[in-house]
Design a protein around this ligand. Structure first.
Ligand code: HEC
Length: 120
């Protein structure tokens, strides 16, 4: 009889373990994608379009003139200048090095060149 009880308890334990591990699986499947996986277009729309415009055309925000990324100096300014500006900001643009990682910032420079300026 005592042996029977131990078996029952063991059986319960197995059920509980299975339930827990299944729950573990389910919750890891629902984890939101890590931020590195956010597509660069979404990064641009969230962080940059408010000032530079969805097509990078630039705009006037109150007294601040936002330069276009699709024309003008941005066409000839080198990648290094873009990287520095996006990392450190300046003249009205906030720095992004605290909220975006190096890869995201590099992706944004490529996005400006390829999608906004149409250079492949
Ligand atoms: C608050 C408005 C604002 C936001 C948001 C903003 N910018 Fe800017 N950006 C500016 C201003 C203003 C300048 C011009 C700075 C200057 O004259 O030195 C600028 C300059 C730049 C330049 C340099 C252009 C050139 O001709 O060399 C790049 C590249 C750039 N921004 C990219 C971005 C990217 C990418 C984002 C998003 C991660 C972004 N900006 C977000 C306002 C903004």
């Amino acid at each position: 009889m005592a042996a029977m009880r131990v078996n029952e308890n063991f059986f319960c334990l197995v059920i509980v373990c299975l339930a827990l591990s299944a729950a573990g699986c389910a919750s890891s499947a629902q984890k939101p994608a890590p931020t590195g996986a956010v597509p660069v277009r979404v990064l641009y729309e969230r962080n940059c379009a408010v000032c530079h415009g969805p097509q990078g055309q630039g705009t006037q925000l109150g007294t601040m003139k936002i330069p276009p990324l699709s024309s003008g100096a941005a066409l000839t300014d080198p990648d290094e200048k873009f990287l520095k500006q996006i990392n450190d900001g300046g003249n009205g643009m906030p720095p992004f090095k605290y909220t975006l990682d190096d890869k995201q910032i590099n992706d944004l420079v490529r996005f400006v060149r390829e999608e906004i300026q149409g250079r492949k």
